[in-house]
Ligand binder design. Structure first.
Ligand SMILES: O=C(O)C(=O)Cc1ccccc1
Length: 294
């Protein structure tokens, strides 16, 4: 039986671009927000869920991280990094209107944040409102020609919803990429036969024993003296009280049988709790093919 891949929909999202770059002819199902998509893989309604985790400009997609942490039995099994180009688009019947006459610009909050300087400098009087995805914003614009509203989304959404791109590449920094993770119930790394593997990561969370001076320093030294390269460390609130944080750590290598388990044992002996969120290959979407060029 064919596998079902859930993703942040509707059609035309950046997440769908990530899905199409990794998977072949599997059944693909769009969800209207990230928590619903993660719930669906947890309930085994779908086999894999693909969701955005981190962006170059705006950082972690907190809702994704928080739901992965809550859904304890869901693992990260693969990752694809996609170049992101944001465009401003309107209903074709409004394409001749001056942009400063727009009433509202809709998009995903991360897309709005990626275009913050553009919006502030070029369209300071136009309100920017959040939607669950860039494609949901594009769909809304396509259904409301009478409102003179715009969406920030990708070229695929413009095509899908028949919108006119009125300003290209409005993201504030060129090197704009998003990491999309593939989630699965079983801890089994997923390889793509469509993309070239760039490397491997192991993602863990570490919470420190309370009130122990130097605990973070000791955690970091468990990696340092083993020569384990970290590509990310970030603190997130544990939601149990002000000042209570856990650390999300990406280690730039596969979960082996010695180095990482021993680093974890060392951290646990210091009183830390450690969870492994996944050990997985990562891929880079080239972005120069049909999917991203205009
Ligand atoms: O809304 C989308 O299209 C998404 O897939 C989420 C997102 C938003 C902005 C940049 C990357 C992913």
């Amino acid at each position: 039986m064919s596998e079902t891949i859930g993703y942040l929909g509707p059609k035309g999202t950046f997440t769908k671009i990530a899905v199409d770059s990794m998977f072949n002819g599997e059944v693909k199902k769009g969800y209207k927000n990230i928590p619903e998509c993660i719930d669906a893989v947890q309930n085994k309604e779908i086999d894999y869920a693909v969701v955005p985790l981190e962006n170059t400009i705006e950082g972690t997609v907190n809702i994704t991280l928080d739901y992965i942490i809550q859904a304890k039995d869901v693992k990260i099994v693969s990752e694809v990094i996609v170049p992101i180009r944001q465009h401003l688009m309107v209903h074709s019947s409004n394409a001749a209107q001056p942009l400063d006459k727009l009433s509202i610009i809709y998009s995903h909050p991360h897309a709005i944040a990626q275009c913050h300087a553009y919006l502030r400098n070029e369209l300071p009087n136009v309100k920017a409102n959040s939607m669950a995805s860039t494609a949901a914003a594009a769909e809304y614009v396509s259904k409301h020609p009478e409102e003179n509203v715009a969406a920030i989304a990708n070229h695929l959404a413009a095509k899908e919803y028949d919108l006119s791109i009125v300003e290209k590449d409005i993201h504030d920094f060129d090197n704009n990429h998003t990491r999309f993770v593939v989630l699965h119930k079983e801890n089994a790394a997923l390889t793509s036969n469509k993309l070239e593997e760039k490397g491997y990561k192991t993602t863990i969370t570490v919470s420190l024993p309370s009130d122990r001076p130097g605990a973070l320093h000791q955690v970091l030294s468990a990696f340092a003296w083993r020569n384990l390269n970290l590509s990310k460390i970030e603190s997130r609130p544990m939601k149990t009280g002000l000042g209570n944080y856990y650390f999300l750590i990406d280690i730039e290598q596969k979960l082996d049988e010695v180095l990482i388990p021993n680093a974890i044992a060392e951290m646990e002996s210091l009183g830390c709790s450690v969870e492994i969120l996944g050990s997985y290959p990562y891929y880079l979407h080239s972005g120069n093919g049909v999917t991203l060029a205009i």
